[in-house]
Design a protein around this ligand. Structure first.
Ligand code: F3S
Length: 106
């Protein structure tokens, strides 16, 4: 599977959802997750994300490994999103900011 990681938080550009052939993205207030049971590892979303937040599970940086579980858990709770929506306000300013995981709204 592929995994959405910390840098999506408070950016949520949603370009990723437009290219997903299996509609595996789920939307929360300030973050998206991938359903690991639906993702087919096509990799199309990886290059679409303007802030490089999506990794193959095997390439998730060690300090971000918690996001593997977070994606699986929240995909069961959040609704599917298949159409791009406006990025969050100040998305550009949040790109690359450290410590965003504490700001994840469930
Ligand atoms: Fe997030 Fe990047 Fe998609 S910021 S919503 S993973 S395009």
């Amino acid at each position: 599977t592929h995994v959405v990681t910390e840098n999506c938080i408070n950016c949520k550009h949603t370009d990723c959802v437009e290219v997903c052939p299996v509609d595996c993205f789920h939307e929360g207030p300030n973050f998206l997750v991938i359903d690991p049971d639906e993702c087919i590892d096509c990799t199309l979303c990886v290059d679409e994300c303007p802030v490089d937040a999506i990794y193959a599970e095997g390439d998730v940086p060690a300090e971000q490994s918690v996001f593997v579980t977070i994606n699986a858990e929240l995909a069961r709770q959040w609704p599917v999103i298949t159409t791009k929506v406006a990025a969050l306000d100040d998305a550009a300013a949040w790109d690359g900011k450290p410590g965003k995981r504490g700001l994840l709204i469930r």
